[in-house]
Design a protein around this ligand. Structure first.
Ligand code: GLA
Length: 359
């Protein structure tokens, strides 16, 4: 049974009719370039095979009914509802925005099947938001590009959910495809697609530490970067040169280290993108390892169990390994040679029984 048969079946069981539209949106894993997407930097995410499949039929009575196999309640929402810290917020916010932008219906019946764990840092929320906006666009044959859909999806997160994220996740899930990395300039939204190597796999392992990005620590990092922007008098703090950065040494030490992470992470991402496209995987891996150190020491977005998992991932033979996503838990990503994968994974998961394989 394909994912589309499964979602159609689920929708028919819930609502007794065939859905008007079905769609799949992948999750993403970021290979390198963390917390730079709201600071003018470059990122390098890739799409996963895992993702969110939705089926949707429009309504015009202001009601939203959502059934899902992965959440045990049927959510009944109204088009005017405010966010309520429920998983259905992303759908409600996306439908509200699509409607107010003039291309979405005034309500919907929906079924959702997701293979993406929530709170893992692999963009389940971006996938569902982009999926709903795209379904509304396609139903209305509205002339909106995938980039414009990603920008709207970020607006849902920023304005409706209250999560001050950057644009990486929405662009990644709207545009990237498995097997290719999206080299994205988050200032201009210009991008290139870079083929992933056939000799290595990008492995995603959950640390077992669950966290929600809207629980506050992401926002604090964003505010610290805002302080850097105010001191530097520019928004694209990732693109500062060494002199610009050194001129910020008078700032409190933690704020200076946030700035240094932004600058070095952006440079590492550019170097890693070049290394990847030239097939220099050892160099690519070394940059992943350096990125982890910067996230741990300068951006202080890691936690001890993640550091331990990354250290063993590297020690057990990964070409490179680092924390990925918003931080404070969630997943690591490792670049591992095909022939090492099985032994590497067995050893790593044995040493970290709370960790588990995601993709
Ligand atoms: C989360 C946010 C992104 C990005 C990453 C960190 O995934 O949604 O915008 O800031 O964290 O790189």
């Amino acid at each position: 049974m394909t994912q589309y048969d499964a979602i159609e079946d689920a929708f028919k069981r819930l609502f007794d009719v065939t859905p008007a539209i079905c769609g799949f949106t992948p999750g993403r894993v970021n290979l390198i370039g963390e917390h730079v997407d709201y600071n003018g930097g470059r990122v390098l995410p890739t799409a996963l095979d895992l993702g969110v499949t939705i089926a949707l039929s429009p309504r015009e009575d202001g009601r939203i009914n959502i059934g899902s196999d992965s959440f045990d309640d049927i959510a009944k929402r109204g088009m005017g509802d405010a966010a309520s810290e429920h998983w259905s917020d992303y759908i409600t916010g996306a439908l509200q925005l699509a409607h107010s932008e003039g291309f979405g219906p005034n309500g919907a019946d929906m079924a959702v099947i997701t293979t993406l764990p929530f709170g893992a840092g692999i963009s389940s929320s971006a996938a569902i938001t982009v999926g709903v906006l795209r379904a509304a666009r396609d139903l209305a044959s509205a002339e909106l590009s995938d980039t414009e859909i990603a920008v709207l999806a970020r607006k849902v997160e920023n304005d409706y959910i209250g999560m001050p994220c950057g644009i990486m996740d929405q662009m990644a899930v709207a545009i990237a495809r498995p097997g290719q990395a999206l080299s994205l300039n988050t200032e201009t939204l210009n991008f290139d697609l870079v083929d992933l190597p056939k000799t290595h796999k990008m492995v995603v392992i959950h640390s077992g530490v669950f966290r929600q990005l809207n629980e506050g620590r992401y926002k604090i990092r964003k505010e610290e970067c805002d302080a850097v922007k105010a001191a530097a008098g520019r928004d694209d703090i990732c693109r500062m040169n060494d002199d610009d950065l050194n001129a910020l040494k008078h700032l409190p030490d933690a704020i200076f280290r946030r700035a240094r992470h932004c600058v070095t992470e952006h440079r590492r991402t550019m170097a890693a993108t070049k290394a990847l496209s030239e097939g220099r995987l050892e160099d690519f891996g070394a940059l992943m390892n350096e990125s982890h150190i910067s996230m741990r020491d300068d951006f202080e977005m890691s936690v001890e169990p993640v550091d331990a998992l990354v250290a063993d991932a590297q020690a057990f033979g990964a070409t490179g390994a680092r924390l990925t996503g918003g931080g404070f838990g969630g997943c690591i990503v490792a670049c591992v040679k095909n022939e090492h994968i099985n032994a590497w994974q067995d050893r790593l998961l044995k040493a970290h029984p709370e960790a588990f394989w995601v993709a």
